[in-house]
Write a protein that binds this ligand. Structure first.
Ligand code: NAD
Ligand code: UDP
Length: 316
């Protein structure tokens, strides 16, 4: 009976997206920590479509199985329910290390866990990279610049961070994660990449992260007043998630071991963090492609479908 049920389930599911065929020598075994999250799941999609073998390690703290469910059962895909503060013993060629809560409500919810994830978790992934001689890319953040005194921020800027402020668990966690990467690089010969990611939006982002894009879309879709803070003259800049994924993959493929800003410099005020992306443009030949309005339309569609699922499940 179990076999029959499994067979019916298989018939019932949508076909997998079509993946490229890669020869054994070109196919890589890639670990994505935090691969069930917003950015991670889009990265997983691209790596899978290119024909690589992808393992996701995620503890589902802020990620969801649903973000990667379209790959579950695919022969190139594996989903591990794993907390990276514990060691992981697998064999891989590349590690995209994204596991960490990313939005303020999420990382402030349990600051000790945020620190453990970024410190112990990063040590574990660097230890793994050292043992199996894998390349490791750290998803760092613009928050390493803290409350910057320099605009826009080049990678050479050291930052302005309060080590005991409310955001410190995240900012300082990522700063020490970067430090660990360079220590393992110098002392252990680990091949590392460090991406300093600026604000990113798109489908699968967290609807309740309390930030401007998600707030405004939710309010508009639910016919609620739009909450404009202050006089509204402040501006923000966001990169669309597909641009970030392109940048992460270009960085991994490059030979550049210094930190690289990945963000969209389009809109800003003097009080807002804004990336200087000249390094990425020069070294990676990368710049953001998706205009804000096109990205917003895709994000609105996603929020609409999420709200209708929620509405439907509440009625049943
Ligand atoms: P997200 O919360 O959607 O994804 C993070 C993923 O990590 C989730 O799936 C979560 O369950 C997983 N995770 C958290 N702690 C873990 C642990 N201990 N063990 C295993 N898995 C764990 O966030 P995101 O926006 O996709 O961010 C991904 C990465 O990019 C993060 O490292 C974040 O710091 C960085 N980043 C994101 C942004 C942005 O605007 N989204 C900006 C700067 C940096
Ligand atoms: N580690 C891991 N997977 C591996 C190799 C190491 O999770 O394949 C962990 C290991 O358990 C340790 C951390 O990575 O907690 C650092 O390992 P490293 O070899 O750098 O240091 P050491 O074990 O000497 O402290």
């Amino acid at each position: 009976l179990q076999d029959k049920i499994r067979q019916l389930e298989r018939l019932d599911r949508k076909p997998f997206p079509e993946v490229q065929f890669l020869s054994y020598t070109n196919r890589k075994r890639i670990l994505v920590t935090g691969g069930a999250g917003f950015v991670g799941s889009h990265l997983v999609d691209q790596l899978m479509l290119q024909g690589h073998e992808v393992t996701v390690a995620d503890n589902f703290f802020t990620g969801r199985r649903r973000n990667v469910e379209h790959w579950i059962g695919h022969e190139n895909f594996e989903l591990l329910n794993h907390d990276i503060i514990n060691p992981l013993h697998i064999e891989v060629d590349e590690i995209y290390h994204l596991a960490s809560p990313a939005s303020p409500p999420n990382y402030m919810y349990n600051p000790i866990k945020t620190i453990k994830t970024n410190t112990l978790g990063t040590i574990n992934m660097l230890g793994l990279a050292k043992r199996v001689k894998a390349k490791l890319l750290l998803a760092s953040t613009s928050e390493v610049y803290g409350d910057p005194e320099v605009h826009p921020q080049p990678e050479t800027y050291w930052g302005h961070v309060n080590p005991i402020g409310p955001r410190a668990c995240y900012d300082e966690g990522k700063r020490v994660a970067e430090t660990m990467c360079y220590a393992y690089h110098k002392q252990g010969g680990v091949d590392i990449r460090v991406a300093r990611i600026f604000n990113t939006f798109g489908p699968r982002m967290h609807m309740n992260d309390g930030r401007v894009v998600s707030n405004f879309i939710l309010q508009a879709l639910q016919n609620q007043p739009i909450t404009v803070y202050g006089d509204g003259s402040q501006t923000r800049s966001f990169q669309y998630v597909s641009d970030l994924v392109d940048g992460l993959m270009a960085l991994m493929a490059s030979n550049y071991t210094q930190p690289v800003n990945l963000g969209n410099p389009d809109e800003y005020t003097i009080n807002q963090r804004k990336p200087d992306i000249s390094v990425a443009m020069k070294i990676l030949k990368w710049k953001p492609k998706v205009p804000m309005i096109a990205g917003l339309n895709k994000t609105i569609e996603y929020f609409k479908s999420e709200l209708s699922v929620r509405h439907h499940s509440q009625r049943n």
